[in-house]
Design a binder for this molecule. Structure first.
Ligand code: ZN
Length: 383
């Protein structure tokens, strides 16, 4: 990859010319600055390893882009207008906004501990309600949405097919993620709310369609449009966000801007499991970032999250951190070697640009040592 000869990526995909990022199996020539939208947390509980994997990978993507000399603008939102947050706050007798800020404080601490750089923009959904109202009005004006009984529904009948999902699979996912496809108020099961009335006692804002609040997908579409513009280079998040969330967020943005695709590429990070089941707050099957970090170097936890293919789902095992501690030691020893082979730094950079191939980059760095090892430590923030 360090020469101008075209080569084939590790999964048989097309490889980019030297110095160009390949992401998701195809070259991605970047705009300057590169714009990255990362779907952030709903701040109702502590951060688990699945969240950490997503945000550490998004961080590494931006660091690799910056390694090429291209600056990045990153938005990572906070979904603080959400039923699950409202419920969690109410159970504790606290306001959703104040409770959310407390959770955000712990999240920011976990991210700082994991060397994740703060995003350029960290918009809160509750501060962007007027942007969602404008988005809803624009979708109504173009005929991409309709008003019904205080709701504004986005016409989403074509979204599953555009995502490559069959109807049955899409219906199951819509139900799982709370899009309520069986609601008889809608023209089509795949229509989703841009705006809907709030339940009594829940947060509500004024709108031309009556008091209410934004739908989840519309929040992210509005925050992306407000902070990054009509097209992003990379839309990042956990693999489970591909449908419905990323699909609808993208469809709504494209419907108002006319620019498609909204996201030039997706970075949907493989789900982290525990003992064969998905790690999730809702099931209590989770490992907290703060617990994993106890007594272990943060750089080793970071390397454990990164020493794999970002797309692949995986199961967390405590011994994986021990392996990462050992690998990190090798890397530090290699970095202490005064010089190294001249081509090794190029090979490290080429591996990172080849779909963020961290295991290949680390392998070269440990073998060659010197500048190559220092490059890996610097770019992956393993200090
Ligand atoms: Zn989102």
């Amino acid at each position: 990859m360090s020469t101008s000869v075209e080569s084939t990526g590790r999964d048989g995909s097309r490889a980019a010319p030297a110095g160009l990022l390949t992401l998701g199996g195809a070259p991605l020539p970047l705009t300057v600055p590169a714009r990255v939208y990362v779907c952030g947390i709903t701040p109702y509980d502590v951060t688990h390893l699945g969240h950490a994997a997503t945000f550490v990978w998004a961080d590494v993507l931006t660091r690799v882009v910056r390694m090429t000399g291209v600056d990045t603008v990153v938005t990572r939102n906070i979904t603080d207008v959400d039923d699950v947050l409202t419920r969690a706050a109410a159970e504790r007798g606290r306001g959703y906004d104040e409770f959310g800020l407390t959770q955000e404080f712990w999240f920011d601490r976990d991210m700082a501990d994991l060397h994740v750089r703060p995003p350029t923009h960290a918009p809160h959904a509750r501060h962007h309600v007027t942007h969602v109202v404008r988005l809803a009005a624009a979708l109504l004006a173009t005929g991409a949405a309709y008003e019904r009984d205080g709701h504004v529904f986005f016409r989403g009948a074509g979204v599953p097919a555009a995502t490559g999902l069959d109807r049955a699979a899409a219906l199951a996912l819509s139900r799982e993620y709370g899009d309520r496809p069986d609601d008889p108020l809608r023209d089509d099961p795949f229509d989703v709310p841009v705006w809907h009335p709030s339940a009594p006692g829940d947060p509500a804002w004024p709108s031309p369609w009556g008091p209410g609040r934004p739908g989840w997908h519309a929040e992210c579409a509005a925050m992306a449009l407000a902070t990054l513009g009509g097209v992003v280079d990379v839309l990042a998040g956990g693999a489970d966000l591909a449908f419905p969330h990323h699909a609808y967020q993208s469809a709504m943005a494209s419907a108002v801007t006319g620019a498609a695709p909204f996201a030039r590429r997706g970075l949907r990070v493989g789900t982290v499991g525990l003992a064969g089941a998905k790690m999730a707050k809702s099931t209590g099957n989770l490992v907290l970032v703060n617990d994993v970090l106890q007594g272990r170097p943060a750089a080793a936890v970071r390397l454990m999250l990164l020493h794999r293919d970002w797309r692949e789902p995986w199961d967390y095992r405590p011994e994986d951190v021990d392996a990462a501690v050992g690998r990190l030691e090798e890397l530090y020893v290699a970095a202490g070697i005064r010089s190294g082979s001249a081509g090794a730094v190029d090979r490290v950079r080429a591996a990172l640009l080849d779909d963020l191939d961290v295991p290949a980059a680390v392998g070269v760095a440990i073998e060659a040592g010197g500048d190559a090892a220092r490059q890996v430590i610097r770019t992956l923030a393993l200090q």
